[in-house]
Write a protein that binds this ligand. Sequence first.
Ligand SMILES: Cc1cc2nc3c(=O)[nH]c(=O)nc-3n(C[C@H](O)[C@H](O)[C@H](O)COP(=O)(O)OP(=O)(O)OC[C@H]3O[C@@H](n4cnc5c(N)ncnc54)[C@H](O)[C@@H]3O)c2cc1C
Length: 411
Amino acid sequence: MHESDVVVIGAGAAGIAAARRVAEAHVPVVLLEARGRVGGRAWTYHAGDLALDLGCGWLHSADENELAALAPKLGFPVDAYPPPWSRPAYEGNFPAAAQNDYWRTWERFYACVDAAARAGSDRPMSDCLEPGGRWNAMLGAMVTYINGAEAEKISLREYAFYHDSGVNKRVRRGYGALIEAYAAGLDIRLNCPVTLIDHSGARLRIVTPRGDISARAAIIAVPPGVMANESLRFSPALPDKLAAAQLPLGLADKVFLRVERPEDLPLDTRLAGSTTTRETGSYTLRPNGQPMIEGYFGGEFARTLEHDGQGAFAAFATEQIANALGSDMRKRLAPIAESAWARDPFALGSYSYGNPGAHAMRAKLAAPVAAKLFFAGEHCSAADFSTAHGAYRSGVKAAEDAIRALQVQPA
Ligand SMILES: Cc1cc2nc3c(=O)[nH]c(=O)nc-3n(C[C@H](O)[C@H](O)[C@H](O)COP(=O)(O)OP(=O)(O)OC[C@H]3O[C@@H](n4cnc5c(N)ncnc54)[C@H](O)[C@@H]3O)c2cc1C
């Protein structure tokens, strides 16, 4: 049996931040990761000279985000070009007047969301859609991109806790690559899924197919579904952590298509797949000036396309783009990569959201157990949930709690 003071489970943004903080305190720490790579839902896929973020791509709240401050020090210059959603979309299939009308409706929708949230309402977000509204389908699609779930499933009260400074930036080399670089130098065991944490004795016994590890404390930084479906179990069982199913991960997926002769497409510009149905992708033409189109899908529609199998996102995106930009796009587009986060057994979705009634869940999931088990991950963050910097912050906090607990415990 191996021994360590602290074992961190899951090498996503949360687990990496936790392990780094523990290592900085000169406490022995090992980081166990189920996959053959680090980063989790932060994953930059390299296709030739293209850096494609299949998971997180935007440094949200960039003016407050520790990872944005860290990026240049790790060799990742931060690109200050404003995000495409803050500029007009392609007008060919979505004329300027219609875009203005849509954004006015969007502002009314969010004013309602904010007011209901401030009032502590636990109603679903869909209550803020105007009955029969012209833009309901498009607003509904946008809600699935932002939250990974349909407005009917999202609690206004839960959503109200989310903090966003409104400043969004990117790193051209990829957000996933940045998180990976941040893990350099840590003691990491890849391909090492933890199946059981036995916390019945004075020391923890952490069970993996590559052998058991004995530790004084563990920081568990895996997505909540992994605990809810018990592919990672606790002995004795922890009912509060099992209840994680009430705080599900919503679903967002991306597809990347290389485009031939990209020069005739506008730079870094949004293209609406459709303005009349919720079952649509949203596209960015030439993101970061790269010769490709990025498609984004959310909620149940993303789940359906995942279910249809590899290639379904690319096929759907190609049709929508050809309908909007002309049929010759069919010949000019070639799929490069697509995600399937719900099918991934170590993620089981993209980012967490709260169902009505679930507002207390994040605190329950984050609560330490017996000063030995500490929990981290975006789902544990009270105000920055669903983001990579929220995951990072939760990891730092869990590490500091663990370090404090070890100082008062006998070794
Ligand atoms: C499509 C998409 C777009 C996104 N866009 C953005 C964005 O623009 N900006 C932003 O800030 N955020 C975005 N996010 C969210 C962000 O990626 C996540 O919130 C964040 O990366 C989660 O980090 P985490 O450490 O909590 O979890 P994860 O990254 O999921 O890390 C958990 C780790 O635990 C491992 N693991 C699971 N089970 C076990 C086990 N039994 N034993 C050992 N290891 C295990 C996993 O393999 C994984 O590496 C996006 C996510 C997706 C999917």
